[in-house]
Design a protein around this ligand. Structure first.
Ligand code: FES
Length: 173
């Protein structure tokens, strides 16, 4: 009788321990899922290293649920806009929020025409993000960002970006 009781106690402790370890492992896995990706930092800041982007290359990244368009200007092909481009040394970049200023669709970059084309109602923006055709009422918005070395930090307003936004009074980024 005493042997059977101690066997039951042993099995109870063993199963209880296994359940506890399993629970801890499951919580660890869930935490990994909830944690932001490494490039997403505290306070909604996102950092992108621009040094690997080649002339003429276009990228879209996500920031606070919005698409951000980054276009490295190829000086032989693209219009330069001192009031909209940001410079890092000799390199020029366009950094804008990729939402059409008409009704918020996401325009597509068309490299053969060097325009952003919004398929919703045919709006077009040039390589400076300026509305050139159709219903969009104003240029693509410039998001708040800061340049640190070759890095773009989205979510923090630096002096270069502040100066650009001041030259774009319709900006709502
Ligand atoms: S939403 Fe882009 S043209 Fe209407």
């Amino acid at each position: 009788m005493a042997i059977e009781k101690s066997r039951r106690d042993f099995l109870g402790i063993a199963f209880g321990s296994m359940a506890t370890v399993g629970g801890i492992l499951a919580l660890g896995a869930m935490k990994d899922t909830w944690d932001p990706i490494p490039s997403v930092m505290a306070q909604g800041l996102t950092t992108i290293d621009l040094s690997s982007i080649k002339p003429g290359e276009f990228r879209t990244i996500a920031w606070r649920g919005k698409p951000i368009f980054i276009l490295r200007k190829d000086k032989t092909k693209f219009k330069q806009c001192d009031n909209r481009d940001t410079k890092i040394g000799e390199k020029d970049f366009l950094v804008v929020i990729g939402l059409c200023t008409h009704l918020g669709c996401i325009p597509a970059w068309e490299p053969d025409k060097n325009i952003f084309y919004c398929a919703c109602h045919g709006g077009e923006f040039d390589s400076c993000g300026i509305n050139i055709y159709g219903p969009p009422p104003r240029p693509l918005d410039i998001p708040p960002y800061k340049i640190t070395g070759t890095k773009l930090v989205l979510g923090e307003l630096g002096p270069k970006c502040k100066a650009l936004i001041a030259k774009n009074p319709t900006n709502e980024g």
